[in-house]
Design a protein around this ligand. Structure first.
Ligand code: NAP
Ligand code: GDD
Length: 316
């Protein structure tokens, strides 16, 4: 029997690397789209070398997307590629809108134009809930994005639903709350903290500069969330699902767990630096994953404290 083919944008990122591992374990043929960069940025997928088919492309380039969809003809497409840093989206709002918003349209259209009957996963985000109008947030909670990134993700969410409803495409939104791991990008707050702990322990620095310590997030483990993304595309019908832990913790609590795990008092090292305060903030997120639990049999396996300790252990 022919192997199933999966196509992943954002394969060099945190989530892409976990999803590629999961799909290879399930015996998929995995294609990953990569961008040219001046230095090699494939450290997260180095261990999979030889098992993946990497192809060049960009969510800003529809001709390449069209050509890749026509030639590869994947069974499943996972759109994880994005300028995913919320604070930076205020610095590069137009670029963020193009890649995070219009990029979704380009990929959906390449699938439609190529007359593919594949399943499509869109990496939607809890950042769309922003200034939340309901607690906890679930699939039916209205959006109120607070950043150019969040606004672009709302477009991506709706164009995915629109192509599902207009063209009968098997197109699904995973509305994922924050998820972290030792592979998390270095400028997201959990990783910045666990890297900082490692540097302090090694005597490389004695300061960690952060922004808003009161912000609260629902933090889970990235590998769990990519298992959930795969399960979404195995459903007969396309739909939208929240993945979360249904717990919320502040940046301050993250500091307590991370520094505490290393036997340090965070208050001696952390300084608040205005440069990391955002023009508009998302104060508190907490997700209700009961639909994913009921329909996908999905549940988070790693909780907040274990997650942060795992990241400190990797960075120390
Ligand atoms: P990440 O580590 O920042 O990875 C982003 C990936 O997108 C990288 O592979 C990057 O490639 C690629 N990319 C950036 N610009 C691109 C472009 N113009 N064309 C094609 N690819 C491009 O992000 P992540 O944490 O794995 O998140 C994966 C997806 O889930 C993103 O869409 C993110 O917005 C979304 N999401 C993440 C979370 C979370 O908490 N992690 C929660 C909800 C939703 P380079 O390596 O070349 O830069
Ligand atoms: N990055 C960062 N750096 N955040 C800080 C810092 C700092 O020095 N100090 C405090 N924070 C606060 C931010 O203001 C925010 O409220 C919170 O920590 C989390 O910030 P990030 O880790 O950057 O994540 P995010 O919640 O903005 O966005 C992530 O999660 C989204 C899902 O809700 C990203 O992965 C997005 O791509 C994703 O969609």
């Amino acid at each position: 029997m022919n192997k199933k083919k999966a196509f992943i944008t954002g394969i060099t990122g945190q989530d892409g690397s976990y999803l590629a591992e999961i799909l290879l374990e399930k015996d998929y043929e995995v294609y990953g789209m990569v961008r040219r960069s001046s230095t090699f940025n494939r450290s997260r997928i180095d261990h999979l070398q030889g098992e993946l088919e990497l192809v060049y492309g960009d969510l800003g380039d529809s001709s390449v997307l069209n050509q890749l969809m026509r030639t590869i003809r994947p069974d499943e497409v996972y759109n994880l590629g994005a300028q995913s840093q919320v604070h930076i989206s205020f610095d590069v709002p137009e670029y963020t809108a193009d890649v995070v918003g219009t990029g979704v349209l380009r990929l959906l259209d390449a699938i439609r134009e190529g007359d593919l009957h594949c399943r499509f996963y869109q990496a939607s985000s809890s950042e769309m809930f922003g200034k939340v109008v309901e607690v906890p947030q679930r699939e039916t909670t209205p959006f109120y994005p607070r950043s150019p990134y969040g606004v672009a993700k709302v477009y991506g969410y709706w164009i995915t639903r629109n192509y599902r409803e207009s063209y009968g495409m098997h197109a699904t939104n995973g509305i994922l709350f924050n998820h972290e791991s030792p592979r998390r990008g270095e400028n997201f707050v959990t990783r910045k903290i666990t890297l900082g702990v490692g540097q302090i322990l090694r005597g490389e620095t004695d300061k960690l500069r952060l922004g808003n310590l009161d912000a609260k997030r629902d933090w889970g483990y990235a590998r769990d969330y990519m298992e959930g993304a795969w399960r979404m595309l195995q459903q007969e019908e396309p739909d939208d699902y929240v993945l979360a832990t249904n717990e919320t913790h502040s940046v301050r609590e993250c500091l307590e767990v991370a520094f505490g795990h290393a036997g340090l008092d965070w208050q001696q090292y952390v300084e608040v630096d205005e440069r990391y305060i955002r023009p508009a903030e998302v104060d508190e997120l907490i997700g209700d994953y009961s639909k994913a639990k009921a329909q996908l049999g999905w549940e988070p396996t790693v909780r907040f404290e274990e997650l942060i300790r795992m990241m400190v252990d990797a960075d120390r």
